[in-house]
Design a protein around this ligand. Sequence first.
Ligand code: ADP
Ligand code: MG
Length: 751
Amino acid sequence: MTNALTLDAPVERLLTEQTGRRGSGKRAAIVDRLGIRTVGDLLHHFPRRYLEMGELTKVRALAPGQLLTVVGEIAESERKAYTDRRTGRPAYRIETRLHTDGADLTITFFAKQGRLAEYFEHQYAVGRRGIFVGQVSRFGRTWQLTNPKAVMFSRGGETDPEAERLMTALRGLFPIYPLTKGVDTWDLQRLVAFALELVDDLPEVVPEPVRQRRHVPDGRTALTWVHTPKDRHEVADGQRYFRLAEALVTQLVLARRRAEVRRQGAQARTGGGGLLAAFDARLPFTLTEGQREVGATLEAELARAWPMNRLLQGEVGSGKTVVALRAMLRVVDSGGQAALLAPTEVLAQQHHRSITELLGDLAQGGMLGGAADGTTVALVTGSMSAAQRRRTLLEIASGEAGIVVGTHALLEERVAFADLGLVVVDEQHRFGVEQRAALTDKAGSPPHLLVMTATPIPRTVAMTVFGDLETSTLRELPAGRAPIQTTVVPLRDQPAWLDRVWQRVREEVAAGHQVYVVCPRIAGDDAEAGTVDQVDYDDEGNPILAGGTLAAVESAFRDLSHGALAGLRLGALHGRLPAEEKDRVMRSFAAGELDVLVCTTVIEVGVDVGNATAMVVLDADRYGVSQLHQLRGRVGRGGHPGLCLLVTTAEPETPARERLDAVAGTTDGFALSRVDLELRREGDVLGASQSGFRSSLQTLRVLRDEDTIVAAREEAEGMLADDPELAGEPELGAAVAALEASVASDFMERS
Ligand code: ADP
Ligand code: MG
């Protein structure tokens, strides 16, 4: 007697019903190793791929491990007895030779009991023909199948239920499941088919009108199509249902969160002083159209009574800082303060300097001779003297400093604001989620947030696709920006090209320009300084330990000074130098007192020296796509064409070379961040610790399913507008509540 099953019934019940026995070896494999605990888990354990059963494999072109479907005739069959090593009991195997239209195969059927052996002997007797399906292995010169599934052609009308089942499967597509030792795809396929017959209360997550609008089947049909498809169309439509269902639940969680944020509210930053207008009037250049448009968007969002949450993307040099500064001035005008968070001290100092310069006497707020509408621009870094720090912290706490630029030091507890209205995070990819949260927590009511980046990291791309972050893009470069020519210098094929590289450097310097030489390490025996954590493998699968030979700032500086670049004025810059030394080197490079700066990625972000026209990246394969793109954005800023040489010893056609070729092939940062996303495994996208969210993302792929995600977002917004509690869709509501309760929610909230 079989009872109807619910999705949360333990999968054991299904196994018991199916076999009529309690417990089995399969149970352990399915429950413990595959983590399939409930009937619902089982039904959502989707096939990895499908095998076209109609197509017979050509025995001529086999590869070990391949799943083979072959028709043949048993040419030899012999029963052999042996002792089962585990149980010590006698056991048997039937060894047969199958004659096919290609090579002969050896097929072995194992039988634990004598009765089964007899049955096999009968089934696979000489002269019988059938279809055999299994994974081939190779033994010496012969191919073999062990315990394949077989359908024998009829010999006098006998029927075998197992053979019939396989026959049915052979008519369509055969699902291949993610497996583990001790379970084969046949076990799962049969168990799933059995479950589909018994389960009768499948919750429907996607409401009917949505299914109609988006042309997907209902949930039960989708399950049937995904697990037991007739053809590829059924698979595709079934999969579309699950992707939409997943996207819809995710989007409902996000949309509800957005609604909650709106309810919490923020202070509208509107009206007030004329600082922004005064700034615009004295700006030494005209804003690009993009800058003006984004400026208007930001102004409108700052004027709303809920927090802005916006990403400003723009090529390196596209002028993001001015856009951010104008938003900050807007907030200062309305009586609030704005903080600009920069990832490095060099960059924070540079921002402070350039903002102060752009503001001119407007940055002398409260000072004698300062403009009436002025404000103070404060700088907070880790290397300030105690006295400086005290004075600055006071300016911030009193509200005298309208604009506060800083590094991580800004996040410290003792930094208190009078009225923090806007947080701007520059080069957002360099900050963790917690760090940003630490700053936004400093405001009385939630502050407005603007994050900026040239190359969004994959997680950012994911979050924008999910609609958790609004995006503005600066697509045009300000006038006077010259293109950057990027070339890969492959030393593996062309060792002599390195000489040519240094010659080019000399040519740039001779033309009055300056050059960066970037190295992955600081000193010879160091771990790499800021490169991707990544190992390449040779053909044998051994990691390539390039470690000992990686270029290091200190040795490259020494060697180049006395060798290839002797006579030029070289400087060295890396993160381990004292802050004053870093600042001094950076200043003299900016002032043109150095020709060549040998450095680590410390210059990756934001550093702006217009006269620097060339960059040599040594061991360029040690860096990620986004990083290289960031790096090369340091050249070509002053109206002169930029040159970037990516020096590598990576072999052609390796992933490392592909990354470099991608960077050399385009200067479109958005395209590159998508390349980055594609080159990574999906799990990396959401961060290693985000397993809750990751496991909720079963079938969705951020890039492939972008359209689905956008569609789901529309549906989610519409649905919540009519029914915020999803009272009319209890089953969907339950799914949303479950996701909200999981760690996933926490992660997305803080991104
Ligand atoms: P990024 O987007 O890389 O942060 P920045 O904001 O640092 O770019 O801008 C790079 C340089 O271009 C700065 O020196 C800035 O003053 C200048 N700039 C910004 N906008 C314009 C513009 N509309 N016209 C000319 N120069 C501009
Ligand atoms: Mg910048």
